[in-house]
Design a protein around this ligand. Sequence first.
Ligand code: SF4
Ligand code: SF4
Length: 338
Amino acid sequence: MNILDNQYNLHIGKQQAKLKVWRYAGLMLTYKCSAACAFCYYCCDPQQEGLMPADVALSAWEGLVRLAGKDARVHLTGGEPFLVFDRLAEITKQAHKAGLTGLEYVETNASWANQAPDIREKLNFLAGHGMEKLKISCDPFHQEFIEIQKVILLKTIAEEILGPERVMVRWQRYLQNPVNFQGLNHSEKQDVYRQALRDDPCRLTGRAAFCLADLLPQRPWTEFLRNPCSQAILGAKGVHIDPYGNVFSGQCSGLVVGNLATQKLDMMWRDFNPLACPPWKQLLTEGPAGLMDEALAQGYTRRPGYASKCHLCTDLRRFFFDKSLFWPIISPKECYHI
Ligand code: SF4
Ligand code: SF4
């Protein structure tokens, strides 16, 4: 697609920032996860559900290739995609057969890595069907749920099979110095979270907004006035797609551009005009503070402070979600309830 094929780009001035062509898609095979990390953008946990049909995954992949050509990059994630390995295998097998390339990585928390033969079999299968890299999550939030021995076993076997350059551990330093949550009380855990947020600040959306924001310094909402999200929305290099076909812009979980059940991904990019409807318009031009008047009019109780712009955004959006306002852009429930 040409940059001017997009409705927004077509109508704005020559000098203004354009909506980037999406080049990556993170396919979330399920919201179910073996962990329930406090910083999860999508509120994944063992009780969550959803299973992406293989045809939805392939349709997204094909749409991305039509959009981005040889630059298209796909990653398969969750929740925890190895909990639904049969579907993960089906998608990679069908994509491989269809000649779809660009499977940049599969992301995992290593919770399933118990037996060496099983790990070998699964990784050999994925490597044989186009997986370029394995990305293993490793940080204090994951270490609350996942034993470090599993991460080490998976990394060791993955490096044997794929070679070290095709195995990413995010972050390596926590592999060497894992946080031991055994026996920590609530307040000690909060200290660990606080330190982890200082070391690696994260976007406060989803569970991160609901569980971690209060650990950080708070600022009044007026400090977020005239703080547009043009960079996040227009400059997003790609999308995440949930098991139900909801397409989220970039890292903004719970903000739906469209659904693959009704529109192909490339057509969705072509038609996306954030100026055309709320709440995209306010987010693009003013940032989440631009939604405050509407929220107050609907009965929203303002917090004394917010830890970040995304915290403010997520708090407002959860309120709107509960009132069924801005549906289906502000959805699905999996992103708003923990
Ligand atoms: S951050 Fe990853 S491992 Fe943790 S709950 Fe979310 S999906 Fe699961
Ligand atoms: S404030 Fe909202 S729209 Fe802006 S980057 Fe954060 S989550 Fe996305």
